[in-house]
Design a protein around this ligand. Structure first.
Ligand SMILES: [Fe+2]
Ligand SMILES: [Fe+2]
Length: 411
């Protein structure tokens, strides 16, 4: 018998009333209230955990798996699977499953598969496949060894997001009561997926605007195609090498992700440097150098203004540090403030290395690309002077990895 068969559950058990748990009776009671059995209490706890998981859900496979595990704990069916629509093709792609030992982890149902078609057609209603209904709608169950299936579409505001499949070894498991319970949970999941999509879109547009600013500055300064992409990738690579090394506790996955975007902002302040100085072909005078050096402060101030108007968040704070400090030297002889050593933010010490490395190894109008050996010799001669010696050594240790990045983002 299916574990859920024969259960009696009163719907108003799930309410906001304060109740007391009585271990002696193994029930949850409140004067004048209905009694909750220990299994009801466990289910409420599972539901609570499921909701908590939805609140902090991320767009990644382990998050999806936790959600599916949570659904399994709340509903108790033998198997369930989450398939999300590929926004490009409309195919349904398996993201997570529970209780389906033989399911291909790379399962992809094309957009003309009956399950996909019905998910679209029934976006406002249940796509219900109870027992022989599978045959009626022409869908094949994900696993034929189960006795009954229920497939519910996950429908966002802009159309289908995917489907959830529930399966039971018993036949005729999914009556109206079960379907309503499942659809309630799937609705909650839908809100979370919609929110994640909106947040993703917002942060992509925000990143695009910020990247646009960085590109504008680069374009004015004899933009070298690929430079921004390369230094961002080099910075992410170096940060990745630092993760879990002693002394680099601040290097978390979030730090690595942020620096790959924040590095692009290093020269954003060049938008404020007059063309007569920025594009001057000959040598700059000392006064002109002073103006040129101000791109660090200008960039930091520009990002601070943005933060004042639109709020600060990790990537912009890091971008501000990178802009202000990327010409500071390890020995304190850099600009604009002459900050030294570990007082220079780690993000800026990383970008200081990757910016110079890319400048030396790239071809410019006035010079050929330097070889790795020549670049290494030049930079090592400035180790402990211009560059953080530990970071420089780690960065230059595996030239193949650097070559791979350079090849990925050519000029
Ligand atoms: Fe700069
Ligand atoms: Fe640069």
């Amino acid at each position: 018998m299916h574990p859920r068969h024969g259960r009696r559950r009163t719907r108003n058990c799930i309410s906001g009333r304060t109740m007391a748990y009585s271990p002696a009776q193994d029930t949850l009671t409140h004067p004048g209230a209905e009694v909750l059995t220990s299994s009801e209490v466990s289910r409420l706890q599972a539901l609570q955990a499921f909701n908590a998981k939805l609140v902090c859900m991320n767009v990644d496979d382990s998050s999806y798996q936790e959600v599916i595990n949570g659904l399994h704990r709340v509903l108790g069916y033998d198997a369930c699977a989450l398939l999300l629509a590929d926004p490009e093709t409309g195919d349904l792609v398996l993201k997570a499953s529970h209780g389906y030992p033989d399911l291909d982890p790379g399962l992809r149902l094309s957009s003309d598969d009956p399950i996909s078609v019905h998910a679209q057609a029934y976006s406002e209603e249940y796509l219900v496949n109870i027992d022989n209904l599978f045959t009626a709608v022409g869908c094949k169950p994900l696993d034929k060894s189960f006795g009954s299936n229920l497939i519910l579409p996950i429908s966002g505001n802009r159309g289908p997001l995917g489907v959830i499949d529930f399966a039971s070894r018993a036949v005729e498991t999914f009556d109206a009561r079960e379907i309503s319970m499942c659809s309630m949970l799937v609705d909650q999941l839908t809100y979370s997926l919609e929110n994640m999509r909106l947040v993703g879109e917002l942060s992509s547009s925000r990143d695009a605007v910020i990247r646009g600013m960085a590109l504008l500055a680069e374009i004015r300064d004899n933009h070298i195609k690929g430079h921004l992409n390369r230094i961002c990738a080099y910075a992410g690579y170096l940060a990745g090498c630092l993760q879990e090394r002693p002394g680099f506790r601040e290097v978390t996955p979030a730090f690595i992700e942020m620096i790959q975007r924040a590095a692009a902002l290093h020269d954003v302040g060049k938008v404020g440097i007059p063309d007569s100085i920025l594009l001057k072909p000959g040598k700059l005078t000392e006064a002109e150098f002073g103006v040129m050096r101000s791109h660090t402060v200008l960039g930091a101030e520009l990002l601070e203004d943005l933060m004042a108007d639109f709020g600060s968040y990790g990537m912009i704070i890091m971008g501000r540090d990178v802009a202000r400090y990327h010409h500071e030297w390890w020995d304190g002889n850099g600009y604009p403030a002459g900050v030294a050593g570990l007082d220079i933010p780690l993000s800026a010490r990383i970008v200081a290395i990757t910016d110079v490395y890319d400048a030396l190894t790239s071809k410019r109008v006035y010079k050929d690309a330097w070889s790795f050996e020549d670049t290494k010799a030049e930079m090592v001669s400035k180790s402990g002077i211009q560059f953080d010696p530990e970071l420089l050594e780690i960065f230059l240790a595996k030239p193949r990895n650097l070559e791979r990045i350079a090849k990925k983002y050519p000029d």
